[in-house]
Design a protein around this ligand. Structure first.
Ligand code: FAD
Ligand code: DLZ
Ligand code: SF4
Length: 518
């Protein structure tokens, strides 16, 4: 008659709200590996392996504390394949008085959970996820009555509320909230970013790798080499290595792109934060300490804290505020299928081949690749938001809908019409050329706007501006661009538009849904 406490695969934190009042003499913690979660979109192999191994390690750590853990492995012959089915079976095994669970990160799962009480005929307590700085209700209060929601103002509020990088007088350290203008350097040839610390798979992980190979071989992405951390201790080591080796230059090269460099000076910890192996509070505190101890400059430390305390919390707040309608947003009315090369990396556009190829290998790409390369291309090409979201949810080890959807629909595609971003992040090849060393090695010429050698980002960009000019309305940030568009020679515009049309017509695309279910 104890409590059955269900812990989901992205809730692997000892301090989780659903475990806070656990009674080791009576309660059972339930973790389940289920086919439905691995295939509602057919996730990258590395993501599934990471989560299953991390779940198994988390279960083992709880058991070591003397907690009763019921763990259902994917290859358990009785495994029903879904949360519902596994709860039903667990209720029969344990006959608990009630179920306690921390609220999930996806609307789809929450909707299901809200019906469990009725389905199972016993109390189901859904607890707030306390692993975030900002409660969803606090975000809703902050958003209430504002005409537009800007991350910058939310972030300042969060800085004040948490005290991160604030001086004794209540002003931001360094006298400014924002050091973004220092954070736009390109990577000089002579600087080689240090590698991310790699963790060697142990016996538990090796067993999971075999399982994933056997069961999800048809999923996107390379399973090997597998180097992710799978426990909180390992993730902390990986994070500490970032703080020491890469944080000092994190700011400078935050927006850079470089050939063969998949991780640059980024932390590569989003998958650990999102699954619960790292705690955002501890991560921000450690980074702030690096600045106070003069191990890292303010532009790096503020830039990092802005991502975790600002963007990460902001997109989550927006997700829960705007769902379920948010998923339907399609401001530019994109209808196209996703280009087939998103699944293969086979394209002559070098920037795209790099981003997609690295994604396939690592289940990771850094922010500027996601936003300004693959995201920008999808925006310019008018790909349907549903198809783009599906891809991002499948391919990244850190992807859960609460964080993936606002970043894709709001940030990359501007499909929400400007709820999240103040202007579309649309850019021609010029931007990619400025921030990278790709273009001089590319088959295309970034300086040309029409013709066989012209960089597709160029004519697609101007075609996008031509098609959507009036949709920008009075957006002051788009006015300048429209002005230079109207100054272009009509014949040139016409040629670019014709080439864009031909390019898009020839694009082999894949229908949405192919990577959903089995
Ligand atoms: P760093 O550059 O080292 O940043 C530190 C941390 O800040 C990250 O670990 C992450 O937790 C947080 N962060 C930074 N930017 C964002 C952001 N825009 N939104 C939320 N958190 C942020 N992030 C995900 O965690 N899951 C996703 O599915 C995801 N999809 C994205 C899709 C698109 C189109 C775009 C433009 C961004 C997406 N992001 C997503 C945000 C960001 O790109 C990743 O968090 C980041 O690249 C992860 O790498 P990192 O840990 O090395 O980050
Ligand atoms: C992503 C994922 C996968 C691949 N597998 C499981 C699983 O087998 N069991 C589980 O509890 N969770 C899994 N997850 C994470 C869930 O999809 C995630 O908890 C929900 O999407 C809510 O964020
Ligand atoms: Fe990408 Fe165009 Fe540069 Fe090639 S020339 S790498 S397609 S931006």
């Amino acid at each position: 008659s104890g409590v059955l406490r269900l812990v989901l695969g992205d809730q692997l934190s000892r301090g989780l709200s659903s475990l806070s009042d656990l009674d080791p003499d009576q309660d059972v913690v339930l973790l389940v590996e289920v086919e439905a979660e691995a295939t509602y979109v057919r996730h990258h192999k590395k993501k599934i392996a990471f989560l299953f191994s991390a779940m198994r390690h988390f279960a083992a750590a709880l058991r070591e504390e003397g907690i009763a853990v019921d763990y259902v492995a994917l290859d358990d012959p009785e495994n029903s394949g879904s949360f519902r089915g596994e709860l039903q079976r667990a209720l029969a095994r344990h006959a608990p008085a009630r179920i306690v669970v921390t609220e999930p990160g996806e609307w789809r799962v929450r909707e299901d959970m809200l019906q469990w009480e009725e389905t199972f005929g016993l109390p189901v307590e859904l607890r707030e996820d306390s692993r975030f700085f900002c409660r969803t209700s606090d975000f809703a209060d902050w958003a209430e009555g504002r005409k537009s929601l800007r991350m910058e103002y939310f972030y300042r509020e969060m800085r004040r509320r948490t005290g991160f990088l604030m001086d004794a007088g209540g002003a931001p350290e360094g006298g400014r909230w924002n050091f973004d203008q220092d954070n736009r350097k390109t990577l000089p040839d002579e600087i080689a970013p240090p590698d991310v610390l790699q963790v060697k798979p142990d016996a538990v992980t090796r067993e999971v790798l075999d399982l994933v190979e056997a069961r999800f071989d048809d999923h996107f992405g390379d399973l090997h080499p597998f180097w992710f951390a799978v426990t909180a201790e390992e993730a902390e080591r990986v994070f500490e290595d970032f703080v020491q080796e890469r944080l000092p230059q994190f700011g400078d090269y935050q927006d850079a792109l470089a050939l063969g460099e998949a991780t640059l000076f980024h932390s590569v910890i989003s998958l650990y934060l999102n699954a619960g192996l790292l705690d955002p509070q501890a991560v921000c505190a450690r980074v702030e300490r690096a600045w106070r101890e003069e191990d890292a400059p303010l532009n790096a430390v503020e830039g990092f804290i802005r991502q975790v305390l600002g963007w990460r919390e902001f997109v989550r707040g927006l997700y829960w505020l705007k769902m379920p309608g948010y998923r339907q947003s399609n401001f530019f009315e994109g209808q196209r299928g996703l280009p087939a090369f998103y699944w293969t990396g086979e394209t002559e556009m070098l920037c795209m081949a790099e981003a997609i190829g690295q994604t396939k290998t690592n289940a990771y790409a850094h922010h500027i690749q996601r936003l300004m390369v693959t995201g920008n291309f999808a925006l310019l090409a008018g790909v349907a938001p549903g198809a783009v979201n599906e891809w991002y949810l499948v391919v990244y080890a850190d992807a859960y809908e609460w964080v993936e959807l606002p970043n894709v629909t709001g940030m990359a595609l501007f499909a929400d019409g400007g709820l999240l971003a103040s202007k579309p992040y649309a850019a021609s090849g010029k931007y990619i050329d400025r921030m990278s060393n790709y273009c001089k090695r590319c088959r295309y010429d970034v300086k040309q706007q029409v013709g066989d050698k012209a960089c597709p980002f160029n004519y697609l960009y101007w075609d996008f501006i031509a098609r959507n000019g009036e949709r920008f309305g009075t957006n002051p940030r788009m006015a300048l661009i429209l002005k230079s568009f109207h100054r272009m020679q009509p014949a040139k515009v016409e040629a670019m538009r014709r080439q864009a049309e031909a390019f898009l017509e020839n694009l082999e695309t894949v229908e949405e849904g192919q990577w959903r279910g089995r």
